[in-house]
Design a protein around this ligand. Sequence first.
Ligand code: ADP
Ligand code: ADP
Ligand code: ZN
Ligand code: ZN
Length: 754
Amino acid sequence: MNQSIEQSIKVTGARNKNLRNVSLAIPKKQITVFTGVSGSGKSAMVFDTIAAESQRQLNETYSSFIRHRLPHYGQPEVDSVENLSVAIVVNQKRIGGNARSTVGTITDIHSLLRLLFSRIGRPFVGYSDVFSFNNPQGMCPHCEGLGKVNTFRIESLIDKEKSLNEGPIRFPTFHPGEVRWKRYVATGLFDNDKKLKDYSEEEWDTLLYKTGFKPPNPTKEWPPTSYYEGIIPRIERTFLSKDSRDSRAYREAIEQVVAETACPLCHGGRLNQEALSCKINGTSIADCARMQVNELIVFLESIEDPAAATIVDTCITRLKQLLLVGIGYLTMDRETATLSGGESQRIKMVRQLGSSLTDLTYIFDEPSIGLHPQDVHNMNRLLLQLRDKGNTVIIVEHDPDVIRIADHIIDMGPRAGLAGGTIVYEGNWDGLRHADTLTGKCLRQRARLKSEVREPTGWLHIRDASLHNLKQVSVSIPTGVLTAVTGVAGSGKSTLINQVLPGVYPEAVIINQDMIQASSRSNLATFTGIFDDIRKLFAEENRVSPSLFSFNAKGACPECNGSGTITMDLAFMDSLVSVCEACQGRRFHDDVLQYHLRGSSISDVLAMTADEALDFFTEPGILAALLRIQQVGLGYLTLGQPLSTLSGGERQRVKLAAELDHSGEIYVLDEPSTGLHLSDCERLMSIIDRLVAQDGTVIVIEHNLDIISQADWIIDMGPGAGQDGGNILFSGKPAELLESPHSVTAKYLRQFRT
Ligand code: ADP
Ligand code: ADP
Ligand code: ZN
Ligand code: ZN
């Protein structure tokens, strides 16, 4: 008995968020999956208790000098967490990064290639630094290692039909009357009434490009000490320099007049000519960077030089791990800033596999996101590998195909928010399938393929699409029904549906899980618009001004500006949020809180859940908005919960709620099942059905078989990823897909046949 305690992480009395004094043991060196409806408290336990406590204890071991510079983790509300090892969280936060961060650099594969080329490349050009585009020795001198340059689209920037007086420069601060326009008019170099199309070559060159001289005959508005600078160098200086504030503030205007094109010198290779001329079997390091993982493996396997054997083997092992996690379609030169959250997470996973540390605790947040059932199968092997290296693996997951590989399962619930926060089942997969919990029930009665599908009301047409990996794709998508777009990760689903389709049908409404663009003070009440009504009610009841109850007026707590929290920006680290001491999180001045509506202060109302508020209010407008929130399954959220604290799935459903009363729209949903428990998926299906019933067209990109099985139409892409994908394999009714003998999607979908 004692020994088994030794061999587990022991949490006693956890009370974060909605957790109700939960105690549990997580077996070490095994895989434990946490599951349960969204809002049940999985993150509160796994991230806010276990991961936070590990980080806090680790920080304690540093000197106070270092500690002050580390991200601060509040003391989790828990009696004790024993037997913890260092926890590494592998989440879906995008890696981001600047243009110098690529898949190759972040996985260290680029360093291995550099080493390889410096050993056996012909001709030999130097040490491995010579092959680094982030090092002055290696970078292309023209683009400084970025592989691309900004070129002006002169015809967009300048209207040649106009004279200087008529304002020919289409750029902020260069319009008639504005400072920079005045400069050109005052030089005395130009006839200000002459159309630009009539300029001599000399005049045109001066206007656009010349610099560094004093105009000989300026008007008296010309500042006497100033040197002349043509339009292009002028814009470059202020708006294109890398870190200037203006380059961020005027980004949209810049995008209108500047195009990114491949560098004419290195053609995107990023390196100088000497480094590019160094080759192995006729292939340069830049050629390698342009290959997909699977192609690069083939190239490396063809190298026979024994001097390179170790490097080649290390590199191939790394690359095969990328294949296993389903991102074999990525090229080494792909910038990390363009990777999706799921791709970012899988890269982080591979980075961890490369480490030789053992006895760590790895924490994964829904690793199945973005993965076809086929990819999930492969990724499971990596998770098992991590465990077998002697690590403890904790996974928050809804996908039954991941849950079943767990050695131990903790099911949280029974429901969300206040109705959750306890453990409802603990044990193995077999037991879970028979358990009397929501998860158990859903596993016993998973959706069946629909026997009767809805008939299309019309068609949306895409012709000859060839963005990214798409191979001249033409496809018709039915309107008035639910279409599921399927295929392995990287096959081209998002490219077709999120990028090409809105280009052809700009009216499509994209409902994703991205942050809702709003101020830090936005919450459910302000987003749904009911806060204005609530303030009015308070004002009428108490005969005061409604603005008293606004977050940005004098009634709000001045310390936190009505947010109830103080956020400390720690520059490059996660910022630190703490409850405002002045108002203790109540957001308003004491004298505002004395005003009541039906016995509650404005702060009390913001603390109500949407469910509670439905009992509290009687006003039809407010009730309708609250009802929509309840209908998307978010009745457990409080009115004052900041939108920034919602999970991705919650954000998406808040956006869906806002659409519930619209009709006839085209909706695009990218993996709406993310973050959703099987029972939440049923609810999502009923929302989608309602949108379809209101003449809506719903297109989902999905991997979740419970949702795909409910579609009226399926578009399957593939067959592989990246260059091996980009084709439509099937477009038709689900029952027909099942007949297709080679489709991987059909293979997994067959288990849903009625
Ligand atoms: P899960 O991970 O199971 O989806 P969480 O642990 O994230 O659930 O959330 C548990 C409960 O705590 C939910 O009801 C959620 O709305 C609530 N909650 C989460 N973050 C906050 C917050 N910052 N303020 C108030 N309640 C929160
Ligand atoms: P899916 O949605 O099926 O996972 P994607 O449409 O995201 O697939 O990707 C299809 C192909 O297009 C992949 O090879 C991917 O690497 C490439 N791709 C996607 N986005 C970009 C981008 N911003 N820049 C370059 N290539 C991209
Ligand atoms: Zn270049
Ligand atoms: Zn305050």
